[in-house]
Design a protein around this ligand. Structure first.
Ligand code: FAD
Length: 500
């Protein structure tokens, strides 16, 4: 039997995973990528001797023994020596009172410290921590092992049974957005800490899940960063004889008789294949590459109404200083003097790359600040490059003043500044409105199953974060696996996996 050709749009995590599983299953995969490197939003770039990792913060489920660990093995991304388990998830710092609190994998300690700050919130804290402990050693792949097209009643029943007593944590008040659930917490700082563990609008159970993973020692940093992770995926794909073309921007998916038959690139070149899988931005795929011809009301409404992940500004400083006493993540609230940057949130999530020599020369460190921002003002500003650059410079200066309150003297030690805006994320990956993880995680979006096919279009599938709301490393990789499971089903083949 001749091998079927597949074109995959995008060499982000999902596109690479699709390619790897396709090659494993006897397809000939060719990925076309707009950028010049693998990884998509998990991007890394160099500035003045520093390596700026603008992507993945941490990796969940990496540890052997977890069902999701198989995915790491199959995709060739389990380099054991590159994963460093996180003991401290983050340090919360209140700049006005100088109080600090570390969230570590020791949930009893976290609970005791929260209660010491606010004895009046004991009941809430106890219930919250009990919930987090219930998620210890939970399987990451629950509900993710098959695409919705292949998930039947019995799969759902089996999944619910496997949840056992934990099932109560997926509904009721645990399904409220975190910022609503914490409204009853009396002490403002405790409220802020709980709200800031993940994004404020995610359901409570999602935060409990993250804490459960943390407490099980199943969250890690990667010493060679996002670049190492993406390169490992690319290597696995090319070792399996897959083909990638970079700097190839797709403009159209070619359709004949309601079948996808290939793609047309921006430079006019056309490429034909038996199947097309788009692992690129969802809006571009449906409404631009396919000109909105294969949609129903459900899809249209999703793209009109569902909230998107808040875009961010990311300011990276190269600092001539070591940060030996700091954890990798420090979270502070802005002291209110940042007027530039069109910020939409008060939180400065400060990532300190002090855990690996991969990012800076000895004695130096990259300190990166991520803050929620808005799409439209940055898009407008980008039309006037001088104004855009001036806004970035002013923002970087004001944020640095905030950092000086925490690390006195830092302003004089900075020898590199780099600012990425929501427009940067869009320009590099076309993710709609700079939403770097697709649709935002809300109680509604995270429960909706999104089909990987489009109504009326044959020989076409979607993968990536736009078919798995909230994105993330594991869900995005899993959508690549799902795409190939569906291809195999369509072709009457048994889906096979091998380890790297
Ligand atoms: C700062 C940051 C921190 C994060 N932290 C975490 C974390 O700690 N844990 C976690 O699990 N997840 C994290 N994520 C999220 C995770 O990285 C993403 O959800 C995931 O990488 C998305 O992968 P994807 O392949 O679906 O999409 P993308 O990365 O968007 O890939 C799509 C690819 O398609 C290409 N493309 C688009 N249009 C075209 C076109 N017309 N022609 C050709 N190619 C095209 C793009 O260039 C891109 O390479 C983080 C993301 C960011 C940005």
């Amino acid at each position: 039997m001749t091998e079927k050709n597949i074109i995959i749009i995008g060499a982000g995590l999902a596109g690479l995973a699709t390619g790897i599983y396709a090659q494993m299953n006897g397809y000939r995969a060719h990925i076309f990528e707009h950028g010049n490197q693998p990884g998509g939003v998990s991007a890394t770039w160099k500035r003045k001797g520093y390596t700026i990792d603008g992507g993945i913060h941490f990796y969940m489920g990496f540890r052997p023994g977890q069902p999701v660990h198989d995915l790491y093995r199959e995709l060739g991304i389990y380099q054991a020596d590159q994963y460093q388990e996180i003991a401290t998830y983050g340090r919360y710092l209140d700049p006005t009172s100088n109080r600090t609190l570390d969230l570590t994998s020791d949930l009893d300690r976290f609970s005791a410290e929260l209660k010491a700050i606010s004895p009046n919130d004991t009941d809430f804290i106890d219930e919250f921590i009990k919930g987090a402990k219930a998620f210890k050693n939970v399987s990451f792949t629950t509900g993710l092992d098959k695409p919705p097209e292949m998930t039947g009643f019995w799969d759902t029943a089996k999944m619910m049974l496997s949840m056992g007593k934990k099932i109560k944590y997926y509904g009721g008040r645990y399904n409220l957005p975190m910022n609503e659930a914490v409204k009853d917490v009396k002490e403002p700082w405790v409220r802020e800490i709980l709200e800031g563990i993940f994004l404020p609008d995610v359901p409570v159970w999602f935060v409990l899940f993250v804490l459960g993973m943390l407490a099980s020692g199943n969250i890690a940093l990667r010493l060679d960063g996002s670049a190492g992770f993406a390169s490992a995926l690319e290597k696995r794909f090319t070792n399996l004889r897959g083909q990638i073309t970079y700097k190839a921007t797709v403009e159209e998916i070619l359709v004949e008789n309601d079948r996808a038959v290939g793609i047309r690139l921006k430079d006019g070149d056309e490429h034909r294949a038996d199947r097309v899988v788009s692992a690129a931005d969802g809006y571009s795929t449906i409404f631009e590459f396919l000109k909105g011809r294969f949609v129903d009301n459900i899809i249209r409404e999703r793209y009109e109404k569902w909230p998107l992940f808040n875009p961010v500004v990311m300011i990276s400083y190269g600092v001539n200083r070591e940060f030996q006493d700091d954890p990798w993540m420090v979270v502070i609230k802005s002291t209110g003097n940042i007027t530039a940057g069109h910020l939409t949130g008060p939180w400065l999530a400060i990532r300190i790359f002090n855990y690996s020599p991969a990012f800076a020369l000895p004695g130096k460190t990259v300190v990166q600040v991520m803050i929620d921002s808005a799409w439209e003002p940055w898009r407008e500003l980008r039309e006037d490059m001088d104004a855009y650059t001036a806004e970035k410079q002013q923002l970087a200066q004001q944020v640095l003043e905030n950092l000086s309150g925490v690390w006195p003297g830092i302003a004089d030690q900075v020898d590199m500044t780099d600012v990425a805006t929501p427009y940067t994320y869009y320009r590099c990956t076309f993710n709609r409105k700079g939403a770097y993880e697709g649709f935002s995680i809300t109680p509604e979006t995270i429960r909706t199953k999104i089909y990987r096919t489009l109504p009326g279009l044959k020989n076409f599938l979607m993968a990536g974060q736009w078919v798995s709301p909230g994105g993330g490393v594991i869900p995005s990789l899993m959508t690549g696996k799902h795409a190939v499971m569906l291809l195999c089903r369509q072709d009457g083949k048994r889906f096979e996996t091998t380890e790297a």
